[in-house]
Design a protein around this ligand. Structure first.
Ligand SMILES: Nc1nc2c(ncn2[C@@H]2O[C@H](COP(=O)(O)OP(=O)(O)OP(=O)(O)O)[C@@H](O)[C@H]2O)c(=O)[nH]1
Ligand SMILES: [Mg+2]
Length: 489
């Protein structure tokens, strides 16, 4: 019977490259693995000797294996290993056998525990493995690395050197000169700070290491790029959904006749603010999960940065930073107002449409201007319950929200864009808390919205604000909003 056709993903598994990341202890090997495998579970720590076993980290997207990275412990006794291998040199054409023999003979020798672990993946039979040798370009080159590079040469695998600069000093030049003698490809790559396009560039570079790897590595980069775009779209949908929830959110309470409304009003407003904050928190968690950073803690820095992300959505500081500038507030108010005017007129008749839109623009523009830099006020109104006036039913309903301030959704969006930028730009080598360190130099990080974008968004916000939360009109508006937001992330 002929063989069943194989799942193309299995074939991909056969051809997916494997790269062993090796080097001196504490030079960022595990950090490179974490970043390129997008895996926050890789053990990284400031002290040497963190990694004690060779561990495989497959990079899979929707079940397809793109490549595998092998994290390894650092060299400890490279000189002694090389001495042993030289004494047992079987000739240039069979030197990899000396590496294999070394492993076999020292399997139980605690002095060479690290070397046995790290060299193991390099000499596995039938497994085409590439080697990434990691050095720290912020400390000077010295002879002690020569033995490591020589051992790797003996292992006979295609290899690339990566200069990962941990500190601020720069010895990249001398390092390159030394590395060029042992490695066909030498690249600089910062495991912690490298932006996503540099990850892709490096992955494509791996394709140069072996015949037959260019295709799989180019494919891997394409898949990751597509996945990245999808993550941005998902985040945009999460942010748009949050905005829709916020713009339609109300809190209400039925009061008995004779009840003093004032304390209830306070309580309702505070409850509404609490729910809005909760919506923001939930959206942030969603975005963090989208980028594989679920369960992140946020570190609260100084008061300024605290207010920015972990701080209060309603703080004046957040409004000054993320709210629209006055010029755009007028545009926003005008666009939102024009939309309102247009809708009102539509019911009256086409002839007055433009006139209504104009009035709406003027009124809206005025409101926009008025609310520049002001923290959102929550409108609260009361409605007599049916029959209350006739005395059949007691009391009235106090309704708080939704927030109408034109600046409000822009403040929320600004904060969401800033948070998204931090999360999307965070490599998995950065472990622990999400550091919120915002200072004046970050101000330009968020591209300001153009007048056109402000107008379009304002119209959508205004339309959403007129919807009931459960109405069918909400979803199409959220979709449109998500498209706009995706372009801004
Ligand atoms: N600033 C900065 N720190 C880095 C970089 N790469 C690694 N580090 C830090 O350097 C320390 C060691 O990083 P690891 O990735 O654990 O190094 P390693 O080579 O795997 O270490 P061992 O497993 O002990 O051999 C950690 O504190 C990392 O956060 C980098 O590019 N920039
Ligand atoms: Mg390590």
């Amino acid at each position: 019977m002929p063989d069943e056709p194989r799942d193309p993903r299995d074939r991909a598994d056969d051809t997916a490259p494997t790269l062993a990341v090796v080097g001196h202890p504490n030079k960022g090997k595990s950090s490179i693995v974490a970043t390129l495998a997008a895996d926050g579970s890789v053990a990284i720590a400031p002290r040497p000797g963190t990694t004690i076993r060779a561990d495989r980290f497959p990079m899979r997207v929707e079940g397809e294996l793109l490549y595998t990275l092998v994290d390894t412990p650092g060299f400890e006794n490279a000189r002694r290993v090389l001495d042993w291998m030289r004494r047992n040199d079987p000739g240039v054409d069979r030197r990899h056998e000396a590496v294999r023999a070394f492993i076999q003979q020292h399997r139980d020798d605690p002095a060479f525990r690290n070397e046995v672990e790290l060299l193991g993946p390099l000499v596995e039979r039938d497994a085409p493995v590439g080697v990434l040798y990691v050095v720290d370009g912020s400390i000077p080159y010295s002879d002690e690395y020569e033995a490591e590079m020589e051992i790797l040469r003996w292992a006979g695998r295609p290899r690339m050197a990566l200069i990962n600069k941990i500190g601020s000093a720069d010895y990249t030049g001398p390092w390159r000169t030394a590395l060029d003698q042992y490695f066909s490809i030498v690249r600089s790559f910062n495991a912690v700070a490298a932006p996503f396009d540099k990850h892709l560039e490096l992955l494509r570079g791996f394709g140069e290491l072996r015949e037959g790897w260019a295709g799989p590595m180019r494919h891997a980069a394409e898949v990751l790029e597509t996945q990245r775009r999808e993550k941005r779209r998902t985040s945009a949908r999460q942010i748009a959904g949050m905005l829709a929830d916020m713009l339609t959110l109300t809190e209400s309470k039925t009061l008995s006749q004779g009840d003093d409304a004032a304390p209830h009003k306070e309580a309702l407003q505070s409850k509404l603010r609490g729910r809005l904050r909760q919506l923001e928190r939930r959206c942030r968690q969603g975005v963090e999960e989208t980028y594989g950073h679920g369960g992140l803690e946020r570190e609260e820095g100084d008061v300024e940065s605290q207010e920015l992300l972990t701080g209060d959505l309603f703080s004046e500081h957040a409004w000054v930073l993320f709210g629209l500038r006055k010029k755009h507030l007028v545009l926003a108010g005008a666009a939102g107002g024009a939309a309102t005017g247009g809708v009102i007129d539509a019911s009256v008749g086409a002839a007055s449409f433009m006139a209504g839109a104009l009035v709406g623009a003027v009124v809206g523009g005025g409101l926009g201007w008025y609310s520049a830099g002001r923290v959102a006020k929550i409108p609260t109104r009361s409605r007599w319950l049916k029959g209350a006036l006739r005395g059949a039913v007691g009391g009235k309903k106090l309704i708080c929200g939704p927030i109408r301030n034109v600046n409000f959704p822009f403040v929320v969006l600004g904060r969401a864009r800033y948070h998204h930028g931090l999360v999307a730009g965070r490599n998995h080598a950065v472990q622990g808390v999400l550091k919120v360190a915002y200072d004046e130099s970050d101000t330009g990080k968020l591209n300001p919205l153009s007048g056109e974008e402000t107008r379009t968004l304002s119209r959508l916000f205004a339309k959403l604000g007129r919807c009931r939360p459960d109405s069918e009109q909400v979803q199409p508006l959220v979709d449109q909003l998500a498209d706009r937001i995706a372009a801004l992330l």
